[in-house]
Design a binder for this molecule. Sequence first.
Ligand SMILES: [Zn+2]
Length: 279
Amino acid sequence: MGVSGRLGLSAAVVLVLMMFLPMVLFPQKSERDSLLSGIANGKTRVLDLSYAINDKLVPWPGDKRWFEAQVNATVEKNGYFTRSFWMLEHYGTHLDAPIHFPPGKATVDHIPAKRFFGPAVVLDVSAEGAKDADYQAPASRVEEWEKKHGRISEGSIVLLRTGWASRWPDAGKYRNQDAQGKMHFPGFSADAAKLLVSRKVSGIGCDTLSVDYGASEDFAVHHLVLGAGLYQLENLSNLSEVPEAGAFLVVAPIKLEGGSGGPARVFAVWQVGSNEVRK
Ligand SMILES: [Zn+2]
């Protein structure tokens, strides 16, 4: 390249700098005010919807082992600290992959990553749940939400707030079993599940042991939702603090090859202020 070529290149570099420098120094308002950039300056709230994992959480009735951890190396002996652990795939705050119930197919590692990010729709049935532990949220509850906040958009994640988290981690109160051992806690109805599948949501979740109500024997919601290729989140914490509309969910399950599900870290993020819609 000759002298004139180098000069031409320098001019081009200056031109490009002049074009982009203002964008860097003075970002667009929407960029400055975006959900993610607000995390650092406190305009965006980040809430962890997962329980810390230990051996004292509430397993599904009948499970004999659920979590064990052992120390493999200590700072005193080895100069560093490590543990190994064993746990059920469905224990604590976790994700059910489609393959968990037929006719679902995908294992947890095959759920497309983009489906782990979506608007959070919170259906509050805590009043109904307090009155009737066998309450199954009907499709009309979904329609009521839509009347207030607009049609549920594709890729949303719909969470059922039953208030059951206040019983966690008391296994007796959380499972609420009767003399026959049948559990009693609220859940989604099959009709609500069908409507949500038709809305093309990415997943549904709840603050109980199961998205089906506790006394369910056919697990109709599991078959419908997982069969349609959606995922489920169970034993979510802190749902009482998530606004009914306006929050965004980040779901991070373990990428366990071949897994029927697994422990998941779930975060809700939302801009504090105008678009926060509480009940
Ligand atoms: Zn599960």
